[in-house]
Design a protein around this ligand. Structure first.
Ligand SMILES: C[S@@+](CC[C@H](N)C(=O)[O-])C[C@H]1O[C@@H](n2cnc3c(N)ncnc32)[C@H](O)[C@@H]1O
Length: 202
């Protein structure tokens, strides 16, 4: 199932509506303060940010606060229920620096080299976000000195290695549980996916 179908699926929207309760629970906020994770991702005032798979907006509003009025955040979320929920939160919070887009992260249609930070927080690996297709698109939209910031569920240990093995990103560091990568110089990605030897599930 691709992201367009995912967005329209009544079953998945219902399923995620239930999961959404966990995604924005107080316990999660207490165990994993979003601001701490976002600082680990290197978020700063004035940045241009792409958040992939924003879900219920657990990170969206805190991120909008950190980047401030001079920054800009695109919240990319294909599921209609989630996208509507984020829209509502953004409106209630009165933020004008956030744009919610119902779109597939594998084909964002966002201008090349226009983003300072891509946030992949709790979204990979996911069947509709295969790294083999997601990483080239994230590399394309990131500025050359931008950051790919990745937070993973504890069971997804192979992902950091897979990202480095793609040849598209380098300089991995980890802060507050978030892995940060710098895009490799143009040219490296021409080897993609020949150089890429990701396990099937990625
Ligand atoms: C586990 S949720 C995480 C939500 C949020 N980042 C959080 O941590 O609360 C994964 C999200 O990725 C979204 N997603 C799945 N496939 C996608 C795709 N191809 N493009 C963009 N988002 C996608 C899902 O709709 C869902 O909201």
């Amino acid at each position: 199932m691709d992201a367009a179908e995912l967005g329209k699926s009544r079953f998945l929207n219902l399923l995620f509506r239930i999961a959404g309760k966990t995604m924005e629970s107080r316990l999660r906020g207490w165990l994993m303060p979003p601001e701490k994770t976002l600082l680990g991702a290197g978020l700063k005032s004035g940045q241009s940010v792409l958040e992939v798979g924003s879900g219920t907006g657990f990170f969206t509003i805190p991120a909008a606060r950190i980047i401030g009025e001079s920054g800009h955040l695109i919240a990319l979320e294909p599921l209609s229920d989630f996208a509507d929920k984020i829209e509502m939160k953004v409106r209630q919070a009165g933020y004008e620096n956030v744009k919610v887009i119902k779109r597939d992260a594998l084909s964002t249609k966002i201008e090349a080299a226009s983003v300072d930070v891509v946030l992949l927080l709790g979204v990979v690996p996911f069947p509709t976000l295969p790294l083999k297709r997601l990483l080239p698109e994230m590399h394309r939209v990131l500025k050359s000195d931008g950051t790919l910031a990745v937070w993973l569920f504890p069971t997804t240990a192979g992902v950091p290695t897979a990202i480095l093995r793609s040849g598209l990103f380098t300089d991995q560091k980890k802060m507050n549980g978030v892995y940060s990568y710098t895009p490799s110089a143009p040219g490296n990605n021409e080897q993609y996916p020949r150089k890429l030897a990701l396990p099937g599930s990625f």
